[in-house]
Write a protein of this length. Structure first.
Length: 68
């Protein structure tokens, strides 16, 4: 997909991408700039993340001394 930067430095997210990501009007996005690229990441409430990592193996991820 290709978009054009407007004279006011705005871009329109194509309908196909909006549908695929289930974006809504007024939704907040985070901007990440790294290595000459811009990434837009939709904000989502923490309660939507519940169960995201269910069943993930957590052993060996951190040493005892790294825990807060």
């Amino acid at each position: 997909m290709e978009v054009t930067l407007s004279p006011k430095y705005q871009v329109v997210i194509p309908k196909e991408a909006r549908k695929q990501l289930k974006l809504k009007s007024g939704q907040k996005l985070q901007i990440i700039v790294r290595g000459g690229a811009i990434t837009l990441v939709p904000d989502c409430p923490l309660n939507e993340l519940r169960g995201l990592f269910k069943g993930m193996q957590t052993e060996g991820l951190r040493e005892e001394g790294e825990r807060i």
